[in-house]
Each structure stands twice: as C-alpha cells, then as structure tokens.
Design a protein around this ligand. Sequence first.
Ligand SMILES: C[S@@+](CC[C@H](N)C(=O)[O-])C[C@H]1O[C@@H](n2cnc3c(N)ncnc32)[C@H](O)[C@@H]1O
Length: 201
Amino acid sequence: MSEMDERFWDELYGEREQLFSGNPNGVLVAEVRGLPPGRALDAGAGEGADAIWLARRGWRVTATDISRVALTRAAKAAAEAAVEVAWTHADLLAAPPDAGAYDLVSAQYLPIPHQPDHAAVRGLLAAVAPGGTLLFVHHDPAKQPEDWQGPDIGEFYQPREVAALLGDGWTIEADETRPRTAAAPPGTHHTRDTVLRARRR
Ligand SMILES: C[S@@+](CC[C@H](N)C(=O)[O-])C[C@H]1O[C@@H](n2cnc3c(N)ncnc32)[C@H](O)[C@@H]1O
C-alpha cells in the first residue's frame, strides 16, 4: 500500500501554489444545499473550499486535515472570504473526531486505506449526531484514468464499503455512481464520482 502520510500530503501541496480549484465539490453542493445548517465536519478538507462554502451558508464548520500546508492555505482563504472555520490538524487514521458532534460529516475524496477493524471509518460514522447526515464521496475505482499516476483508488474505502458498515439506525439516501459535474483537479482526469449519503435516525 502506498504511504500517504503527512509528509506525502505536505509535499504534494508544496509542489504548487494551489492544488485544487477553490470551488466547492459538486456533490457537496448538490447534496447539502437543501439541508438546514448546523454543525459540520469536513474530514480531509484540503485547501478549504468546501468548508468555506458551508460556513457561508451558516454551518458551524470544523475542518480537519493531515496537511498543515493545506490548512494554512485554507485558513488564508477563509480570512479572505471573511468566514470562520475551526481548522484542525488531525490524522483521521490515528484519532477519531468527536463522537456525536456533527449534523453533517462530509468526506470528499478522503483516502482511508482498508483496515481490519474499520476504525477510521467507524470513527467518522460515530461523529454523526442523531438526525445528522454522512456524505462520503470518492472517485470511481472502475474508471481510473489511463494516465492516473496516483495510487490504486481501490486501496481506499469506497462509499459502497462504508454503506456496508452502517448497520441499523441509518437510512441510505443515495448510494450511486455519477458523472462529475465539474472538471477534475488538474492532471487527474477523473470523470465519475461514487457517492454515499446516509442519515442517522
Ligand atoms: C484528495 S484530497 C481532497 C481534499 C478536499 N476534500 C477536496 O475535495 O478538495 C485528500 C485530502 O485528505 C487529506 N488526508 C489524507 N489522509 C488524511 C488523514 N489520515 N487524516 C486527515 N486528512 C487526511 C489530505 O491532506 C488531502 O487534503
């Protein structure tokens, strides 16, 4: 398995002034637009576009990432947008977020390597408060671009695998593959998203 640790991500972000578009992810916008704002966790927030979009809509957002380079950029972008987000440095493989603390937990293209005890995924699920929503989105592993030089996407939890871990007490509102509505990040050419949206009863 590829080692995608803090150093990997800091170096990747460090290769460019900006890695991602600065726009919120299409699936986040489509799925969250209709939800009443509450407390949100953006897990693996990157350069912060999703967290800033949520904060602008009245969500109280905690945004975590393993990369301090990304978090510094995200905080600068939030200051420029005049919104408040709690930027938190965390390795979600090592420390779960606060249990039951969020009305929305969003993980967009977060690479969680498979674990025998599924601890990191279970930690994200546990962070969703009763009545809250989990939105777990990834690239479609069946359509990895021919020129994709990153790790095999199949190494990481897919939405369908997360759905299988939900158990009782959840309603699955979407579990599907969709075309991307926005261009993929530069140099990646992903065309389809896999999407899980589930609500804790
Ligand atoms: C593909 S990027 C996606 C960033 C953002 N969600 C977006 O859609 O633009 C994955 C992000 O997850 C972060 N990440 C990777 N492993 C992590 C971990 N174990 N804990 C927290 N963040 C992690 C990376 O630093 C990176 O910012």
